[in-house]
Design a protein around this ligand. Sequence first.
Ligand code: DGL
Length: 254
Amino acid sequence: MKQPIGIFDSGIGGVTVLKEIIKILPNEDYIYYSDSINNPYGDKTDKTIINLCENIVKLFIKRNCKAIVIACNTASAKAVKYLREKYPNQIFVAIEPAYKMVHDYAYDKPTLVMATKGTIKSEKFNLLFHKYNNHKTYLLSCVGLADIIEKGNHEELEKYLRKTLGIYKGKVKNVVLGCTHYPLIKNEITEVLGQVEFFNGAPRLAVHLKELLEEKNLLSNEGIKGKIEFIDSQNLKEKEERFFEILKNAEFIL
Ligand code: DGL
């Protein structure tokens, strides 16, 4: 194995980030860690999330990862500052809700930010929000949604979205997918809200990761397609199957 890139989430949602990374870094090897035993992260305390993330980071360091991607908005919001301070020699790249993109490309349009309660309430997100506030933004804590997506129950998902998003129909034009699980349900969100523009931080993160590796001369240039190793904290076979199934398909459909 080449020196791999470690990437993790509370479950398989981070596959939406990995997919964007592979598009521009196809020759790298990846270790994806799905922490399904501790899913969801959304309602956990900062301290708990920091501990969970640190354990995963230790594993990646042991496996000699050259960079670590935090493919979970909640974990990024709560743990990245601590991790960067504690492991200053390690490269960390962390996802955050793509609210700046709204500011840059669609500032005048009413916007809905969907994320976990942990992300919406975090200091990190609030700094971002106040910096780029377009004063036409609704913040929605989607309690339990990542868990429903993780389980893959269609009926439950539709019911949830009708109940929580219905009131925004016709009111919003931009939707920020502030949790890495949500790009998997773009179609279902569109069914409730109608045509909206989605904002996802993953493509930008991928470019940033590539730039960092280039800068530090750490890119794999061997021209051989990379490998992906999947680890689930519960060893669930069905998670692994679903993960690779999603990765195979170009579009993210539940
Ligand atoms: N994918 C995680 C995120 O981006 C989901 C959080 C959860 O497990 O609640 O926030």
